[in-house]
Design a binder for this molecule. Structure first.
Ligand code: MG
Length: 451
């Protein structure tokens, strides 16, 4: 039987095929050993396999002597915030995020609530492979404490960071697509606290997702329809563990996931605080334009939540995130938090008297093409070197694969952390230009790789 995929975003696999409870147990034994039997926060999304994996993870953690704070079903950012609250040594979240329902995964966090970084994961993998786990004697076996108030605390924290009265005065009509995931327990409640008229879609936490859980525009047709039919001010969509937010404007246009961060950055810099912006190398250059407008620096990191969160903390930035709809607002926490992002977008709308569809027209907008090339072996540095030499780019960035940049377009080639593919992402003023640039680079690579 094949093994789960191990990457910076956790241990992922298909239930009953590549992700089995005995694997989850072994990884949890390794994690419990790594935190030396400390306090670990545990949460999960709504997937049907969540309870089964919870059993395996609990056995691993308790048998290494960990005290487990079990939050039940919660969004990943709620769990990350709970690590701070409990001053825990780490956390495990059972969720496969935006993957379909047959997938599940274990995600591991450190004592600050951030994902394990590459070094932390290497250490965990070392313990897993060596198989020398801490074993508690009968009196030291860990115990479980249930915490049913993590979501309440998360909502209260968000409400202290936005102008609640201003948002409430607008009485926004909002459609929220919870994708039958962990959002069912938080987003409609937060919207009600913000005085919104709420229409909830896929709001039953069944774990059987009624649409593909990745909140990209093509998966949001139902949300677009309901926003339009009800004359709503805005529609919001999440993935299953609520660290990504996609926005549908009044009238029913899906703005595309890249625009979530652009709007959040614009709002924070214009109305809340000035400071540096941190995002990854594959995120839209509209972020740079907004930052330039407000005279602040943009720092770019390799792709991955932990890379952005870490740099944002280091530079003390005002806002950061990833183009996939993951917004990190440090006033709340150094984690992609789609519930906080939703409140920021409503606050932005409340500060203007125009509909969102008009407001976004004033923001820079580009078009992105995202393609992939299957490869049989790990790409060598020579491949990236040769790609670099074929183009006369104005700027070349080699931190994460290779990114070639010009004044109003760019292309980024990077090896996937989870699959044997190269990701090719290009952005330009039109979709045709972006697609053409992607295809050109893919064809070049095919020749170089003799595919
Ligand atoms: Mg997610």
């Amino acid at each position: 039987m094949s093994k789960p995929i191990v990457s910076v975003s956790g241990i992922r696999g298909v239930i009953g095929e590549t992700l089995l409870p005995e694997e989850a147990l072994r990884w949890s034994l390794a994690y419990g050993t790594m935190v030396d039997g400390g306090t670990v926060v545990l949460g999960r999304d709504t997937r049907l396999s969540g309870e089964m994996l919870r059993g395996a993870v609990l056995a691993g953690l308790l048998s290494t002597g960990c005290k487990v704070i079990d939050l039940g079903i919660v969004p990943t950012p709620t769990l990350q915030l709970a690590v701070q609250h409990w001053q825990a040594d780490g956390a495990v979240c059972i969720t496969a995020s935006h993957n379909p329902a047959e997938w599940n995964a274990l995600k591991f966090f450190d004592s600050s609530g951030m994902y394990l970084d590459a070094e932390g994961l290497r250490k965990l993998k070392g313990i897993y492979e060596a198989g020398e786990f801490k074993r508690a004697r009968w009196k030291e076996v860990g115990q479980i404490q249930h915490d049913g108030t993590a979501i309440d605390r998360h909502i209260e924290r968000i409400l202290t960071c936005v102008d609640v009265e201003r948002i409430r005065s607008k009485k926004f009509k909002v459609v929220i697509d919870c994708v039958n995931g962990a959002a069912c327990f938080i987003s409609p409640r937060l919207l009600e606290r913000l005085g919104c008229e709420v229409i909830a879609l896929f709001e039953k936490p069944t774990g059987i997702f009624q649409r593909n859980p990745e909140p990209i525009a093509e998966n949001l047709t139902e949300l677009c329809r309901v926003v339009k039919e009800n004359g709503a001010d805005v529609g919001f969509a999440h993935d299953a563990d609520v660290d990504r937010l996609a926005i549908v404007a009044d009238g029913g246009e899906a703005l595309g996931e890249e625009m979530t961060l652009v709007i959040a950055v614009y709002h924070v810099l214009a109305h809340k605080e000035r400071g540096a912006v941190v995002t990854n190398l594959s995120t839209t250059m509209a972020v740079d334009e907004v930052a330039k407008h407000f005279g602040v620096e943009v720092y770019r990191t390799p792709v991955g939540d932990i890379n952005v969160s870490k740099r944002l903390k280091e530079v003390g930035g005002a806002i950061g995130g990833e183009g996939n709809g993951g917004v990190i607002y440090p006033k709340i926490q150094y984690a992609r938090d789609a519930i906080a992002a939703l409140a920021l977008v409503l606050e932005f709308m409340a500060m203007h008297n125009e509909p969102l569809s008009e407001l976004v027209k004033r923001m820079p907008r580009y078009h992105m093409a995202k393609k992939r090339l299957a490869i049989s072996k790990t790409p060598t540095p020579e491949l990236f070197e040769r790609i670099k030499q074929r183009y006369t780019a104005e700027e070349i960035i080699e931190e994460d694969g290779v990114k070639l940049k010009w004044d109003d377009h760019w292309v980024h080639v990077r090896p996937s952390g989870t699959e044997p593919i190269l990701r090719v992402i290009a952005e330009a003023k039109t979709l045709e230009q972006a697609e053409k640039l992607c295809d050109e680079v893919i064809n070049d690579m095919k020749r170089l790789l003799e595919l």
